[in-house]
Design a binder for this molecule. Structure first.
Ligand SMILES: *Cc1c(COP(=O)(O)O)cnc(C)c1O
Length: 464
């Protein structure tokens, strides 16, 4: 059999080649090959369909990016139409109709201060762009401060997997291997009270986190270029929800000390937290904003870094002056991705997706209450359609289960058997339904997940 043959291939053949040749991201491959993961061949609404014809509810929006479901006629048509015109041309020295339209549409819906759109193709690249822009800005602005070279970051942050974005991240499991390759940063504790330092109550710990940011600004501001933050929710850290007022606190400190605010809205943007962008909820205007995942409705790889006039202006001057931003990715502003993004934004309006997301958030909140007294649920965290259910061995001490059990992963396998795809972060079970998912499927997602949690725990306890 040749992989280039046009006829369908049996699952057994696909699985053999998958195990032989595909290196999956963030995957322990020795375990992966034994688990017979579904091989997806199609999508239909909020379902995924595998090579055996089985259907699964997509409970994590295909890793947090899908917005309106799969095979949405309006987005499909927009991409088809663009395919009939051109699939890719470059933004280096040329422009493109759909990229222009999308830039204007993005500027219209993002915080007012943001007027310039620099395209790239993934969340990580959108963060790289923001970091380099912030760094270069201080060297080239009207009163240059070349000493502003550092970045302030939040503990357990995740901003992508390229080395710059890993430098401003601090998830030990993902990042420790590369620490000698990274540039140094200053980290403030994540303002969450899931586990607090000795001698603190939940309240005093949160206050400590607010104070700590203030102190670090006072200490480091003269050498700091920007503060990088996932606004409201730290996704990859386990859906950690920040207390109200934290983002605003950081914005005020940035203003006071001349530090730029980089909002990484890659995960939280496009309706995920209930508003179009998370910054809106605290009425905060970042200087740079990174968007990706949901930007194309979850259809195609596309990202953007939005910047203020003030930043943009620092890069102007005679071409020979060398103030140019020398950065760009080959598929920057890809027309197919841009066409999908425009169609997605149209659907946000015509179907009032934000209202649906709000209704989903309420259904989720109601259903999640049933876990409040669960013996093995340490904490339930939710913001809009983002949910993290942290499973622990002992809820009083927040003692985790042994990592050998891979309990979060076991829950995923149980849910898969019942026709639902989810993916955990350690022992935090994550639900990330698409903002446009109907409420009935939200209920199904909860039913299956809660049962899978009980089944996986029962099994773990039996084997203990
Ligand atoms: C997923 C994510 C990224 C990285 O996006 P990629 O498209 O995977 O590179 C960056 N920041 C946040 C907050 C994310 O959740």
């Amino acid at each position: 059999m040749s992989p280039l043959d046009q006829h369908p291939l049996p699952t057994s053949q696909l699985r053999e080649w998958d195990n032989a040749h595909v290196w999956h991201p963030f995957s322990a491959m020795s375990a992966y090959v034994d688990e017979c993961a579904p091989i997806i061949v199609g999508g239909d609404g909020f379902d995924l369909i595998d090579s055996d014809g089985l259907r699964y509810l997509d409970g994590i929006s295909s890793l947090w990016c899908n917005v309106h479901g799969h095979c949405v006629p309006e987005i499909d048509d927009a991409v088809h139409e663009q395919l009939g015109k051109i699939s890719h041309s470059t933004l280096l020295g040329l422009s493109s109709e759909v990229s222009i339209r999308l830039a204007k549409a993005l500027v219209d819906i993002t915080p007012q201060r943001l007027t310039k759109v620099f395209y790239s193709d993934s969340g990580a690249t959108s963060v790289e762009v923001a970091l380099k822009l912030a760094y270069q800005y201080h060297q080239q602005k009207a009163n240059p401060e070349a000493g502003r070279t550092k970045f302030l970051c939040v503990g357990n942050a995740y901003h992508g997997d390229t080395l710059g974005s890993v430098s401003v991240g601090s998830m030990d499991v993902f990042h420790r291997t590369y620490r000698h390759l990274l540039f140094p940063t200053v980290t403030v504790p994540s303002p969450v009270a899931t586990r607090v330092a000795d001698g603190h109550t939940r309240e005093s710990w949160i206050q400590h986190c607010f104070d700590q940011v203030t102190w670090l600004f006072e200490e480091h501001h003269a050498s700091t270029a920007a503060f990088v933050i996932e606004p409201l929710v730290q996704g990859a850290a386990g859906i950690l929800v920040h207390p109200t007022g934290y983002l605003k606190h950081v914005r005020e400190l940035c203003d006071r000390f001349g530090v730029l605010l980089i909002a990484d809205e890659v995960a939280v943007g496009f309706g995920r937290t209930g508003t179009m962008f998370a910054c809106e909820q605290e009425d905060v205007q970042p200087d740079l904003m990174c968007i990706a995942k949901g930007i194309s409705g979850g259809y195609l790889p596309l990202a953007a870094t939005l910047a203020s006039d003030e930043i943009y202006n620092a890069f102007l001057g005679a071409p020979s002056a060398g103030r140019t931003f020398f950065h760009g990715h080959t598929y920057t502003g890809n027309p197919l991705g841009s066409a999908a993004a425009i169609a997605s934004l149209r659907l946000f309006e015509s179907r009032n997706v934000l209202a649906n997301a709000a209704a989903n958030a309420e259904v989720l909140a109601t259903r999640l209450q049933s876990l409040n007294d669960h013996l093995y649920v340490g904490e339930v965290r939710q913001k809009g359609c983002m949910v993290g259910i942290e499973l622990v061995q002992d809820r009083d001490t927040m003692l985790p289960f042994s990592s050998e059990i891979r309990l979060g992963h076991q829950v995923t396998l149980m849910a898969r058997k019942a026709g639902v795809i989810i993916r955990p972060l350690g022992d935090t079970v994550v639900l990330m339904p698409a903002p446009a998912m109907p409420q009935q499927q939200i209920s199904q997602l909860c039913d299956v997940t809660f049962q899978a949690i009980d089944d996986a725990i029962q099994k773990a306890l039996r084997n203990a």
